[in-house]
Design a protein around this ligand. Structure first.
Ligand SMILES: CC(C)(COP(=O)(O)OP(=O)(O)OC[C@H]1O[C@@H](n2cnc3c(N)ncnc32)[C@H](O)[C@@H]1OP(=O)(O)O)[C@@H](O)C(=O)NCCC(=O)NCCS
Length: 365
């Protein structure tokens, strides 16, 4: 017999602080991810943020929900699906569907989903609650050889020769990195400044330039995000994190925030990069369009300085420009990201809107 239990912030806090939590075979959330949920400035104390399926007092499935607002003709509260899992031995028995339907009914059918696995999409579509989707076009730049990570998941043979692949990466990268020595495009009249605290100028810039964005994140939201990552730096996975299906640690994970200033020291762009080991993303990028080319220069400089293997962005303008121009990358690949929109939300999304790469839970991983 499967029992579904609903958790709001205080109920989830109680669960993760209980002794029982440490004795479960599977846990529904890592401690730092839970802490991040508790601080979410867009969450209300009564929002259901987790539904757990229990069988014989063991956790056999769960679905997390990240509360958010979208800004259309009106401000609308909704939830993002986040971390959906069912015990391997019980898959295909309908527990996943029960979880999805319960979340939909709890959230008045107002749900957005992105970064889902193809098989889960089939499940979501079967509920008939997601009949519309929207896509972002992006690009991935491959800048350095990373065979030791790219090949092993594809074939067992590559797993066995991981050491050899690592040496191959070192040799190829030392040869191919020479091309970066000849890269000398620098920002001319603009300056780049690291943001560690959000001063009033940065706040004003963000607030006055986020008006076309669907989720209108402000400095307060960004402070919450960068102070509460879902991936923490650790050389190895501890016992508790082993009980969690989704990734919660990495050898390195960090955010970098930058302001770009013009000759008059006025902010013309605000960027948040996230770097996980050798991969770089640009979860948020608020900028004045005439400075697009300068943003591209900053991205290309970051790739070189931080020795980035792959950089991915779904910003349509930046991707289109990176696709056109010379970048010094080894390869470029076009990317698309799909967003499933629940039927009860689709009427709010019929005009032009901007979704940032980091929206939803994408910024956290
Ligand atoms: C996705 C997942 C939660 C579905 O749970 P579930 O209890 O098996 O789902 P249900 O029994 O209600 O529905 C089964 C449907 O889910 C889909 N499905 C997704 N992954 C599946 C899997 N590994 N095994 C069986 N069905 C799966 C299929 O469309 C299937 O429909 P079908 O039987 O008509 O082909 C579960 O497979 C899982 O935990 N996968 C690993 C984690 C994951 O990928 N999470 C989603 C991240 S986006």
């Amino acid at each position: 017999m499967i029992e579904l239990k609903l958790y709001n912030i205080s109920e989830l806090e109680k669960l993760i602080n209980s002794e029982q939590f440490y004795n479960f075979k599977n846990i529904p959330i890592s401690l730092h991810r839970a802490k991040s949920h508790f601080q979410n400035p867009r969450a209300d104390k009564n929002d259901t943020i987790m539904i757990i399926a229990f069988k014989n007092n063991e956790i056999v499935g769960y679905m997390g929900i990240l509360p958010d607002f979208l800004f259309s003709t009106e401000k609308v509260k909704f939830g993002w699906f986040s971390c959906f899992w069912v015990d391997e031995n019980l898959r295909g028995e309908g527990i996943g569907t029960q979880l999805v339907e319960k979340v939909l009914s709890e959230w008045g059918g107002k749900i957005l989903i992105t970064e889902f696995a193809p098989l889960s999409k089939k499940l979501y579509l079967k509920t008939k609650s997601f009949e519309q989707s929207t896509f972002l076009n992006g690009i991935r730049l491959y800048n350095r050889f990373d065979l030791q990570y790219i090949l092993p998941p594809k074939r067992n043979l590559f797993k066995q020769i991981k050491g050899l692949l690592k040496i191959t990466d070192i040799i190829l990268n030392s040869l191919f990195d020479i091309r970066f020595l000849f890269y000398n495009q620098k920002l001319t009249t603009l300056k780049i400044k690291k943001v560690t605290t959000f001063d009033s100028e940065t706040k004003d810039f963000i607030n006055s330039n986020n008006t076309t964005q669907l989720f209108k994140r402000n400095a307060f939201d960004f402070e919450w995000i960068i102070n509460n990552p879902w991936i923490i730096n650790s050389p190895k996975i501890d016992l508790l994190n082993k009980k969690y299906y989704f990734s919660s640690v990495a050898k390195s994970f960090e955010y970098f925030c930058y302001n770009i200033l013009n000759a008059n020291n006025e902010i013309v762009a605000f960027l948040i990069f996230s770097k996980r080991e050798n991969t770089l993303k640009l979860p948020y990028c608020i900028y004045k369009s005439e400075y697009l080319q300068d943003i591209i220069l900053v991205i290309l400089q970051q790739i070189i300085e931080l020795k980035i293997s792959t950089f991915t962005t779904y910003n349509n303008e930046i991707s289109a420009q990176l696709l056109k121009q010379k970048t010094n990358s080894l390869f470029k690949k076009k990317m698309t990201r799909e967003y499933l929109i629940s039927n009860n939300l689709k009427d709010y999304l019929n005009s032009n809107f901007i979704i940032q790469d980091g929206d939803g839970d994408c910024v956290f991983t």
